[in-house]
Design a binder for this molecule. Structure first.
Ligand code: FMN
Length: 149
């Protein structure tokens, strides 16, 4: 059993929905999973997990969701993730921006790599409403992730 921390940013609830699905799947597979919004999460608790999952929606032409961006992101910039095993979930919608579609996923992955974390799985990148993708793309991704934990 692994101890897994999910930290997410979500405005309209899509990222939260995906994280809940992922958390529920991993719990069903015997893991202990905690979920927290970034703006409520203490930065000194970001490391020390068997797996950290960062997740966020994209806004304003390729920026992170506002709560996450202003009340969490600045607090974690000086951290050393020191090999923390990690995975990333990014959401976006190409109808808002094709150039910066799901940029959040790329921002989160770049953060982990540049702060000495270890990405153990490809990013889950969700374009458009995730509801119809939960039982397909999200489930497949989580299933593959579970094999690497
Ligand atoms: C005002 C606004 C701006 C957005 N800008 C982008 C963007 O630049 N790139 C992108 O891929 N998606 C963009 N999106 C789409 C959201 O990222 C997408 O709906 C996502 O699922 C929202 O996640 P959340 O519900 O967890 O906040 C935008 C949505 C809104 C409402």
């Amino acid at each position: 059993m692994a101890q897994i921390q999910i930290v997410y940013g979500s405005n309209s609830g899509n990222t939260q929905m995906v994280c809940k699905y992922v958390a529920s799947f991993l719990k069903e597979h015997g893991h202990q999973v905690e979920m927290a919004r970034g703006e409520h999460f203490p930065e000194d608790k970001l490391t020390g997990h068997d797996l950290l999952i960062l997740a966020c929606g994209t806004y304003e032409h390729g920026e992170l969701e506002d709560h996450f961006r202003y009340h969490f992101w600045p607090r974690i910039q000086k951290l050393d993730l020191a090999g923390q095993k990690s995975a990333v979930i990014g959401l976006g919608d190409s109808k808002y921006d094709t150039d910066y579609n799901i940029e959040s996923g790329r921002i989160l992955a770049a953060y982990i790599e540049s702060h000495n974390g270890a990405l153990i799985h490809e990013n889950l990148m969700i374009n458009k409403c995730p509801l119809a993708q939960l039982e397909t793309k999200v489930q497949d991704w989580t299933n593959e992730l579970n094999k690497k934990i």
